[in-house]
Design a protein around this ligand. Structure first.
Ligand SMILES: Cc1ncc(COP(=O)(O)O)c(C=O)c1O
Length: 411
């Protein structure tokens, strides 16, 4: 190819210059090697995809609604799917009608949209330590400053959140929103109890802040009772709730939804018009028909039946093969186990050792906006076969043991 522009980068906007590659996307490239056992990606198990059921749904949609389903749709999304979503979230205590729902091209698009709407360069948003990397990347692409709030076994520490808000206000900084993944958090796997959810709402009300509640894993529940979404306690329209079909049906559909106040919904729809005009119409019709047949909840039950034993296997082999010093609280749902190793271990550098042993994970720093998390790693248990979970944990255990021995010998 002939290149006429000598230094294309000088033409980039400041924003583009500051965009960073996603560590996970880069890792996933390394883990394409079929010999590598990867616990790195956040991938659903392909065995869970309801291929046969979808064959019937596809035939039905093409036969009966093909001309609409293959056409452009409205930016806000297919009305019957929005109705179905508003009925679905009502069961979780969220009061909404179809006008409060937007069907987005994945939750990732919703995260980007929120960033675009709220964040001027230099603005501050509050996120968990750790938090979802895709959220960090979306908000940073708007040149924002992200302040981290530590998590404990019950999610974001709301006492520290309030302290941080006060500290920022003293410097005349009003954070724009609080980003939380309260249920089976990615990456830490923890669930925030109802009391803390209500406290979070109280804080947002008191300091007049928006909460961005990201809930892809809420239905992947193995041994905890259901907890209402934060949005269910929102009387002031300050929570933007989002969830997705990615983990409960298919990420390839690229379908997710937001539920927000009319004003915020209007703004997000305008923003989305410039992004993609509309979400994939065909998959919206498919998801709607799948739900109309009552298949979604049955399917979620099947997914949980696949993932729970995988979670248990990972925990079992962790106990068997990892050195005593690791800490990992059994996640009660979701797709991830979060492991913390002893002082002195850096999981980022250890990654090279683990790739040599053909096993992969995501290092903890990737999820920390403050540069910490060096002792942690995220392991996905949904994707690998049972045999690979066993073998991968064995390999990883050896990598960690060697690293600990090496670190001790240097002291
Ligand atoms: C917390 C969280 N938010 C958003 C997403 C993006 O989901 P989607 O596939 O709907 O874009 C993910 C995907 O892993 C996630 O873990």
């Amino acid at each position: 190819m002939v290149v006429f522009i000598s230094d294309i980068k000088r033409l980039y906007s400041d924003r583009a210059g500051k965009m960073r590659k996603s560590v996970i996307r880069e890792l996933l490239k390394v883990t394409q090697d079929p010999e590598i056992i990867s616990f790195a990606g956040g991938l659903p198990n392909p065995k869970s995809f309801p291929i046969e059921d979808l064959e019937g749904v596809i035939d039905f949609v093409l036969e009966n609604k093909g001309r609409e389903a293959l056409q452009y749709g409205t930016t806000q999304g297919y009305i019957h799917l929005r109705e179905a979503i508003s009925e679905r979230v009502a069961k979780d205590g969220i009061e909404a009608n179809e006008d409060d729902v937007i069907i987005t091209s994945g939750s990732q698009q919703a995260l980007d949209t929120v960033g675009k709407i709220f964040l001027n360069p230099g603005d501050t948003a509050l996120v968990g330590l750790p938090t979802y990397l895709g959220g960090i990347n979306a908000f940073r692409s708007y040149e924002s400053n992200l302040e981290g709030i530590p998590l404990d076994g019950e999610g974001m520490r709301v006492d520290l959140l309030e302290e941080k808000i006060k500290e920022l206000l003293k410097q005349d900084i009003l954070p724009k929103f609080i980003y939380v993944v309260p249920t089976f958090q990615n990456p830490a796997g923890v669930i925030m109890p109802e009391k803390r959810r209500k406290k979070l709402i109280d804080i947002a009300n008191e300091y007049d802040l928006v909460i961005l509640e990201d809930d892809p894993y809420g239905k992947l529940r193995y041994d905890s009772s259901p907890v209402k979404p934060i949005k269910a306690f929102d009387d002031e329209g300050r929570v933007i709730y989002m969830s997705t079909f990615s983990k409960i049906l298919s990420p390839g559909f690229r379908l997710a939804w937001t539920v927000a106040s009319p004003e915020l919904t209007r703004k997000m729809v305008i923003c989305k018009q410039a992004l993609d005009l509309c979400t994939n119409t065909f998959t919206q019709y498919l998801a709607n028909e799948f739900m109309r047949r009552g298949s979604l909840d049955l399917h979620i039950m099947k997914i949980c039946e696949i993932y729970k034993p995988k979670r248990d296997l990972m925990m079992k082999y962790m106990e068997e093969y990892f050195p005593e010093e690791y800490v990992c609280h059994k996640p009660k749902g979701g797709m991830f186990a979060w492991v913390t190793l002893p002082e002195g271990i850096d999981t980022e550098t250890m990654f090279l050792d683990s790739i040599k042993e053909k096993v992969a994970y995501v290092h903890g720093k990737a999820f920390h906006v403050d540069g910490h998390g060096e002792r942690s790693m995220r392991l996905n248990f949904s994707y690998s076969t049972d045999e690979k979970i066993k073998e991968g944990m064995y390999r990883l255990g050896n990598v960690i043991k060697k690293k600990i021995e090496k670190t001790k010998s240097l002291l």
